[in-house]
Design a protein around this ligand. Structure first.
Ligand SMILES: Cc1cc2nc3c(=O)[nH]c(=O)nc-3n(C[C@H](O)[C@H](O)[C@H](O)COP(=O)(O)OP(=O)(O)OC[C@H]3O[C@@H](n4cnc5c(N)ncnc54)[C@H](O)[C@@H]3O)c2cc1C
Length: 409
């Protein structure tokens, strides 16, 4: 077993850390000011400028295949980049990226949707959740065939970037009798086709999600992604990739930065004539945070390693049960860990932690939702327990072989 990073991974980590320290962290106070005054934390122009700077340093299209101008980095290197990037809450994202579902498009669709998204000319949104519930989406949104068109009717809720998206990847029922495994189809729906959106205000305050309304929206049959009835498979491809290492890596990055802030404060804040870090009560919070960060990091890296071995993360190949199991644990543990760390960060900073002079409250509000979306705590526990109780996974198994694992259909 070798836990060392490769030379290339070390270089990537250093370059991103330098970029975050030099370009992003100095913007934090401006981001807070903008958001508190109701504007996006980063303007579109500033985001573009930062993306071009990152591109100059070689970071463009982190997971994008080389044929589309990307770096096509593997999941472990991507996780390292995400960890470094999330050491700040500045809402930066690297350019040249597209939702992995769009790689399941045909050539014509790729030119119309995938390429403009990679180039930053179009914004998509992922529209799965319905008012009936995100944990058990009933797919009450229907798509009924009418000649060369499908007529979409229904409602989606909590759709990130739903207000600004140029098009939505919409999951709709094409055959209710077949349920989710064969009766849900993914459609590319342009805003001009007529869906409406309304913002939903949240305690997060950034990237406010939206409600999307489809009222007899006519979508050409050419806008189906992949095969009819296979939509849920694409939805899970996107979700599992986020569960496996994207959200867990964000959790580790944010937690490491928060812990560093705690250490600085514990060493400098003096009460009763000595720094608060000399008290065991504070030391335990610091020790627990570090231990939990370390645990979350390695559950996450193992999920990333499994995804890399399996090769399903950037294709429409199915995920194995073993990957899904690991991904569920990585997201469950990582997001709970960072919520405990941010809570301790407020405690260690005392009243100052609760003020708007410090950015900790921004993390505190925004990190909470990580335990809700892309698989809530309860749904992840349900998945993990089911695999164990059905004896598809054995708790004592070390380093499971991916090759002989059952895949989800
Ligand atoms: C800020 C934000 C952004 C989002 N972005 C998107 C997006 O871009 N696209 C998209 O499609 N969706 C998005 N979502 C939706 C998100 O995925 C759902 O909110 C999530 O899946 C939970 O669904 P729900 O809110 O309907 O809760 P429900 O499904 O109603 O669940 C309510 C509670 O009950 C628990 N629960 C449900 N069933 C069980 C059970 N059987 N056993 C035990 N507990 C159970 C849940 O875990 C949860 O705690 C977003 C949500 C938020 C808040």
């Amino acid at each position: 077993m070798d836990f060392r990073l490769t030379e290339e991974q070390r270089m990537v980590q250093k370059t991103i850390r330098d970029f975050v320290n030099k370009e992003l962290i100095p913007l934090e106070m401006d981001v807070l000011k903008n958001e508190r005054e109701g504007r996006p934390g980063l303007s579109k122009e500033k985001l573009k400028e930062l993306q071009l700077k990152a591109k100059k340093a070689g970071f463009w299209g982190i997971n994008t295949p080389e044929e589309y101008g990307g770096a096509n980095l593997d999941p472990i290197t991507s996780a390292i980049i995400t960890m470094e990037q999330y050491r700040t809450f500045v809402p930066f994202e690297f350019g040249g990226h597209a939702n992995n579902i769009l790689y399941a498009c045909n050539e014509e669709q790729k030119q119309k949707y995938l390429v403009p998204v990679i180039e930053g000319d179009k914004v998509p949104c992922f529209a799965l959740t319905e008012p009936s519930g995100g944990s058990d989406p009933q797919m009450n949104t229907t798509a009924v065939k009418d000649g060369d068109y499908y007529i979409l009717n229904g409602e989606k809720v909590f759709i990130t970037r739903g207000m600004e998206a140029d098009f939505a990847i919409v999951f709709a029922s094409t055959d209710k009798s077949k349920g989710r495994s064969g009766g849900v189809t993914a459609f590319l729906v342009d805003r001009e086709m007529g869906f409406k959106s309304e913002p939903i205000q949240t305690m997060g305050g950034t990237w406010e999600p939206a409600q999307l309304i489809f009222d007899n929206v006519r979508v050409p049959k050419e806008n189906i992604i992949g095969e009819e009835g296979k939509g849920f498979k694409y939805a899970m491809m996107f979700i599992n990739h986020n569960r496996g290492w994207v959200i867990p890596a964000r959790s580790v990055g944010a937690a490491e930065r928060l812990l560093e802030m705690c250490i600085d404060y514990a060493n400098t804040r003096v009460t009763f004539g000595k720094p608060i870090g000399t008290n065991q009560a504070i030391q335990w919070m610091i020790a627990d945070s570090q231990t939990e960060i370390e645990a979350a990091k390695w559950i996450m890296f193992r999920a990333a390693w499994m995804a890399d071995q399996e090769g399903s993360w950037n294709s429409d190949k199915n995920d194995s049960i073993k990957f899904r199991h690991q991904a569920s644990m990585a997201k469950l543990y990582g997001t709970n860990m960072v919520n405990r760390v941010v809570d301790r960060a407020i405690q260690i900073h005392g009243g100052m932690g609760f003020t708007k002079e410090f950015p900790i409250e921004r993390w505190y509000r925004n990190l909470r939702v990580w335990r809700v979306y892309e698989g809530s705590d309860e749904m992840l526990r349900r998945t993990i327990a089911k695999h164990l109780l059905d004896e598809q996974i054995k708790p004592s198994e070390l380093m499971p072989s991916i090759k002989d694992s059952v895949v989800y259909q």
